[in-house]
Design a binder for this molecule. Structure first.
Ligand code: EPU
Length: 337
């Protein structure tokens, strides 16, 4: 395991922020990871996966451990169900394509999400009516103190909307090394209820879609709205969709009767943050190289040389304006360092 000094992290975060890592190591095996933790305090290690859900606002004075664990393996097959394991460093989308090429269903709605397999459970990634937890079986994680591997089943992960135990009680205590999914071989449970998918398939004249049709639909919808990080730095949704009380919703409806919302429970609804930011007139706003994306207001972008602080400043302005206008607090979805 080679150690590098003073490496720019620009190629390692999808926002394309140019900060420096004091030290940088490529972790190729679980043994590498254990060695690293034997020789360093866990507090001196900065774990980096696909770099797709982070905003780096300063140089990292730690050893950045880039989790490069690779491998995909079918563990078990019985009847319609297949258990498949992917190592943490596999690219999420490449894994989804691997499953589709092997006729396995369950992840097609999650096509083209940036990032790696190992970070997918942390925020329970989700899109187009499906969340990771719907097919998650278990993950293995290394305890950074005891160096023991522990398995977490679905219940232990305590998944919520863009949330899990790894963001709460177990934050910073584990590094996920692999994730196992329970997928389907034949009788797939297709999820086309999300408005944009149904409309796309209808437009294409596809009446009986298969898993590849759904994946293609998701890819095209995403490409039409969300910037490709290789062309324009971004971290997907910068904010979470806020959950508000129905009283607050009623208040907003007085001025904006068209406000979209999704029922959460008898007292709460979720409002799309993208809609709030858009109606606040901020879609397409640009300050220097930091901007609010022109096609999806939930996404902040780096037009080239924005610093993490520039993006953060813009994010704070967006939060303030949404608060002033609608009385709603929106929280970042990305991790800010
Ligand atoms: N909207 C606007 N203006 C905008 C953006 C959205 O008016 O600029 C409105 C839309 O018209 C629609 C509603 O807001 O009525 C919802 O928009 P959309 O379907 O695009 O989804 P979203 O709630 O903005 C969430 C996820 C996305 C995911 C999509 C599709 C969060 C924080 N974001 O976005 O996830 O792809 O649903 O399922 O939950 C990500 O996490 O990086 C991500 C892209």
């Amino acid at each position: 395991m080679q150690t590098y000094s003073q490496i720019s992290l620009k190629p390692f975060n999808t926002f394309g922020i140019d900060v420096t890592a004091q030290k940088f190591v490529q972790v190729e095996s679980v043994e590498d990871l254990k060695d690293l933790l034997k020789n360093n305090y866990a507090s001196e290690i900065f774990v980096l996966g696909g770099g797709s859900n982070m905003l780096l606002t300063k140089n990292i004075d730690k050893t950045v451990a880039h989790i490069n664990l690779k491998g995909i393996e079918i563990l078990q097959e019985s009847g319609n169900e297949v258990l498949i394991k992917a190592m943490a460093g596999e690219s999420w989308h490449r894994f989804v394509l691997y499953c589709l090429d092997n006729g396995l269903g369950g992840l097609e709605n999650l096509s083209l999400i940036p990032g790696n397999v190992g970070t997918s459970p942390i925020q329970n990634i989700g899109a187009y009516g499906v969340e990771l937890k719907d097919t998650f079986e278990e993950c293995t994680a290394l305890n950074v103190q005891t160096l023991e591997l522990k398995k977490f089943n679905k219940e232990e992960c305590k998944f919520g909307y863009r949330d899990s135990v790894f963001k709460n009680a177990e934050k910073g205590k584990y590094i996920i090394t692999d994730v196992t999914f329970r997928l389907t071989r034949n009788k797939h449970k297709l999820n086309t209820a999300y408005g944009a998918i149904g409309a796309f398939l209808e437009e294409q004249g596809i009446e009986e879609p298969d898993i590849k049709d759904i994946s293609n639909a998701v890819i095209q919808i995403r490409q039409s709205k969300l910037p490709n990080p290789k062309e324009l730095g971004n971290s997907g949704s910068f904010f979470k969709n806020p959950i508000v009380t129905k009283d607050l919703l009623k208040n907003i409806q007085k001025s904006y009767p068209e406000v979209p919302f999704y029922e959460v429970d008898s007292e709460h609804v979720k409002i799309p943050a993208g809609w709030l930011i858009d109606r606040a007139g901020l879609k397409g706003t640009r300050e220097g190289d930091a901007g609010v994306h022109t096609k999806q207001a939930l996404v902040l972008v780096n037009y080239g040389d924005a610093s993490g602080k520039d993006i953060l400043q813009l994010a704070e302005k967006v939060q303030q304006k949404v608060k002033d206008l609608f009385g709603v607090e929106i929280e970042p979805e990305v991790n800010i360092f």
